[in-house]
Design a protein around this ligand. Structure first.
Ligand code: KIV
Ligand code: ZN
Length: 509
């Protein structure tokens, strides 16, 4: 394949990705993800395996009829029924598969090699009669006899298959073996080749990249590497490696990678491991003093690619490995100006806490800084007096919050999609009169296990001038923790406003 040719991305998040144990998406959720994948620029969206359930077929139909730019594909076994149902969903591509390895033929399909070949040929023709593109997959291709595999690929090509896919169904290939197999098929059959690599030995991305080097035109991927067992090749890793390490192009708008990853993680309920390449929380996070020092002078010292390219931002963690340059940069970002002596003391305190195993958030760094600066003490401008929440399956969640500020009492109420949303919206009504202080970021984590778990809430608030403050609070009741964190965040922002520009008068709520 010409090195200037765009490598095509066949996204199977909604099919193989949805086969991740424990994942089940509604048709509407599938549609949301399909729209995001379309915006991201994938060439093909494998929307599902319609024979599996009515809901699955409904989801595929909704996606196929949504006017998306990407080619929409549906999976079908080499049977008339599967193909009829896939075609009835209105897709442009039917992905027909049958296993070709002796293990699958003998123990699953109970077919001879010749029977499997004839079944494949017959059903590729049958699918083609629907006037769609057909991508043919030889399931377990990598454990199949290579000569027989080529024979099957030649047979289905003659029957009209538009593309041939080589799946490493159980993820047993290594890059050299994958290169050789793709190269063999590429030289033997005149059809574009796709690869579909599973990650059982952590080699799915490496095997996909080796396949492209050997001439594969299309790579099957999933967002966040979701998929059966250890998953499939992760789209973000394949695409960024192709662009940055192999000098190849794709149609992916890389700036949308992170938001797509977040959406998929939220809707599937599968968290991304923090140290995952490209989309993990820590992929652009730095703590070590040596690294942050180098990075602040020249990001390339410790970053192989700019975070913005994949829609992210670099961040620095305060902790025992941190140095004064990193802490200073964090304080600058938080809008806190310190002198050299204060900085030294803040770094010492951060390291002491780090040595005790404490993980420090922005809110902790702010507290330490203000304590060292001796400006804040325990001053609280806003005080929570009381709150009451009403929620249920038939009533609209409603919150009423009583707050005092400089001797005056305010009672604010609002409704929301849940009790936390209602309470935060109510408090924001006070924030509106205080220079439009509102919630910019919210995170909830369970610190302990069980239904009485201590919930920890971290918030970031921002005002109309872009001044930001963070705070956190922990409580067995996550609504209380949320309210406490929000009020603390507003207090910190108000105090910071005094420190940053003491002459600006406090607005009245
Ligand atoms: O892993 C696999 O072999 C598959 C096929 C259906 C392509 O998912
Ligand atoms: Zn698969």
């Amino acid at each position: 394949m010409d090195k200037n040719e765009v490598v095509r991305i066949f996204d199977t998040t909604l099919r193989d990705g949805e086969q991740t144990p424990g994942v089940g998406l509604t048709p509407e959720e599938k549609l949301d993800i399909a729209r995001a994948l379309d915006k991201l620029g994938v060439d093909t969206i494998e929307a599902g395996f319609p024979i599996t359930s009515k809901g699955e077929a409904d989801g595929v139909k909704m996606i196929a009829n949504d006017g998306l730019r990407a080619e929409i594909a549906a999976l079908a076994r080499a049977t008339k029924n599967d193909i009829d149902i896939a075609a009835s969903c209105g897709v442009k591509c039917i992905h027909v598969f049958i296993a070709t390895s002796d293990i699958h033929l003998q123990h699953k399909l109970k077919m001879t090699r010749e029977e499997a070949l004839q079944t494949a040929v017959k059903h590729v023709k049958y699918a083609k009669d629907y006037g769609v593109s057909v991508e043919f997959s030889a399931e377990d291709a990598c454990r199949s006899d290579p000569e027989y595999l080529v024979k099957v690929f030649q047979g289905v090509s003659d029957a009209g298959a538009d593309r041939l896919d080589i799946p490493d169904t159980v993820g047993v290939m290594h890059p050299v073996a994958m290169y050789n197999l793709v190269n063999k098929v590429h030289n033997a059959v005149d059809r574009p080749i796709s690869v579909h690599c599973h990650n059982d030995f952590g080699l799915a991305v490496a095997n996909s990249l080796a396949s492209v080097e050997a001439g594969a035109a299309r790579v099957h991927c999933t967002i966040n590497g979701l998929g059966e067992r250890a998953g499939n090749a992760s789209l973000e890793e394949v695409v960024m490696s192709l662009h940055n390490l192999y000098g190849r192009k794709t149609n992916i708008n890389t700036k949308l990678i992170y938001e797509t990853s977040k959406l998929v993680s939220r809707l599937t309920g599968i968290m991304v491991q923090p140290n995952k390449a490209i989309v993990g929380d820590n992929a652009f996070g730095h703590e070590s003093g040596i690294h942050t020092h180098g990075l602040l002078n020249m990001p390339l010292t410790y970053e192989p690619l700019e975070p913005e390219v994949v829609g992210r931002k670099r961040w620095i963690q305060a902790g025992k490995h941190a140095g004064s340059h990193g802490i200073k940069a964090m304080l600058d970002q938080l809008g806190i100006n310190v002198n050299d002596e204060q900085l030294k003391e803040i770094v010492t305190r951060v390291k002491d806490l780090g040595d005790k195993g404490k993980r420090l958030y922005d809110a902790d760094l702010e507290s330490i800084a203000y304590t060292v600066m001796g400006r804040v003490g325990d001053e609280k401008i806003l005080q929570l007096v009381d709150m009451s929440i009403m929620t249920g399956t038939k009533v609209m969640p409603t919150a009423s919050v009583k707050i005092t500020m400089e001797g005056k009492t305010f009672v604010v109420a609002d409704t929301g999609v849940g009790p936390i949303d209602a309470a935060i919206k109510a408090i924001q009504k006070v924030g509106e009169g205080l220079g439009n202080i509102r919630l910019a970021d919210y995170r909830l984590e369970a610190i302990t296990g069980g239904t009485d778990a201590l919930g920890e809430v971290m918030v970031k608030v921002v005002d109309q001038n872009g001044l930001v403050a963070s705070a956190r609070a922990a409580h067995e009741d996550v609504v209380v923790a949320s309210v406490q964190a929000m009020i603390e965040g507003m207090n910190r922002l108000l105090l910071k406003r005094k420190l940053v520009s003491p002459k600006v008068p406090m607005p009245n709520p």
